[in-house]
Design a protein around this ligand. Structure first.
Ligand code: AHR
Length: 336
């Protein structure tokens, strides 16, 4: 849907995030976002966050708050508790408050046109951050800053294909995958599934035998894995759409008396510290990185759009992936 017009390095983002280690005041509990300001500059940003569902999200929120403070942007922050109606309420409240720019990470892909048209009529520019919307009208937002989730899914799938020999844990000639998907309807859940399926289709011995949402949470991942362990036979590998779900799956596998990473292989996405710790301990086998430190770039884009300058329609974050040995090497320096 989008072209990769500008690439940024994780290093630059990480450096920016660390340099601004503070926080702005915020609303939580699905409020409509009348929180205090995090800076004292000329720009007021209304930021409608998805929630606090994962370690990734917590790191992302901290990055946005710290970067706003550093950039002197007055930040109004709201936490939608993973509910689209709360995000829509927050955006409407930002429109009423006549903020200079609205940024949000849409909990799901569809259903945004009406509220984004309201923002457009009020002449308030909108920046999508982290997740995209599925709309034919690209004039409803100025730019989209975030990862390429299809590529993330492809990296996970490619690793499963490349390591097919060892991933066939019970050596019966087929690799039975159970998939714990992210929030239903969310861009990363749709795209990570697609990317993964694209790659594993190259090897007919790899099959997704069950797929269910864990809503990007640890508790969700644990519950789904408990159900899979009861309903599915010969599970070789878990593909979890984020680290938190994978960490929940580890708890379920251990409770069932098995060794995660050995008896059942685990592949996840994010590479937050808890995930990387489990990877370095051998409980996860591979993690595809998704960088949450988007705050500094978001503030740069906000300054440009509010100044009427052109910005690229798509800004893709540069990311990598880690196996167990690589995780051991970088764990000590992992910031989130
Ligand atoms: O949109 C990014 C995804 O949302 C992250 O992978 C996940 O951890 C988060 O909840």
């Amino acid at each position: 849907m989008f072209k990769q017009l500008m690439t940024v390095t994780a290093g630059v983002v990480i450096a920016g995030g660390l340099a601004a280690c503070g926080s702005s005041s915020s609303d939580s509990g699905g409020s409509s976002g009348s929180g205090g300001s995090g800076g004292s500059g000329d720009i007021t940003m209304g930021f409608a966050q998805v929630g606090a569902e994962s370690g990734w999200r917590t790191a992302n929120t901290k990055s946005v708050q710290a970067a706003a403070k550093e950039a002197g942007v007055d930040l109004k922050f709201s936490d939608a508790q993973q509910k689209q109606e709360n995000q829509i309420k927050a955006i409407r409240s930002y429109i009423q408050q006549k903020v200079d720019v609205i940024a949000f990470s849409p909990v799901v892909e569809t259903g945004w046109d009406t509220v984004l048209q309201e923002a457009k009529r009020a002449k308030i520019p909108v920046i999508l951050t982290d997740r995209a919307v599925d709309s034919d009208d690209t004039s409803l937002y100025k730019t989209f800053l975030g990862s390429d989730f299809v590529v993330e899914g492809q990296k996970a799938g490619q690793w499963v294909v490349d390591n097919a020999d060892t991933n066939d844990v019970d050596k019966n000639g087929s690799i039975n995958v159970v998939e714990i998907t992210g929030t239903t309807g969310a861009a990363p859940a749709i795209d990570r599934k697609k990317g993964f399926e694209d790659k594993i289709s190259a090897d007919p011995s790899i099959k997704i035998i069950a797929s269910q949402t864990g809503d990007f949470t640890r508790d969700g991942g644990k519950k789904v894995m408990e159900a899979f362990l009861k309903s599915q036979k010969d599970i070789d590998l878990v593909y979890a759409h984020n680290d938190d779900e994978g960490l929940g799956a580890i708890e379920a596998i251990e409770a069932a008396g098995m060794k995660p990473g050995v008896d059942i292989k685990i592949v996840t996405v994010d590479a937050v510290k808890d995930g990387m710790t489990a990877l370095s301990e051998g409980k996860i086998n591979y993690i595809v990185e998704c960088n949450p430190l988007l705050g500094p770039q978001l503030m740069e884009l906000a300054k440009k759009v509010t100044a009427g300058e052109d910005v690229p329609e798509r800004v893709v974050t540069k990311e990598t992936a880690f196996d167990q040995e690589q995780a051991k090497q970088v764990l000590a320096d992992r910031q989130y």
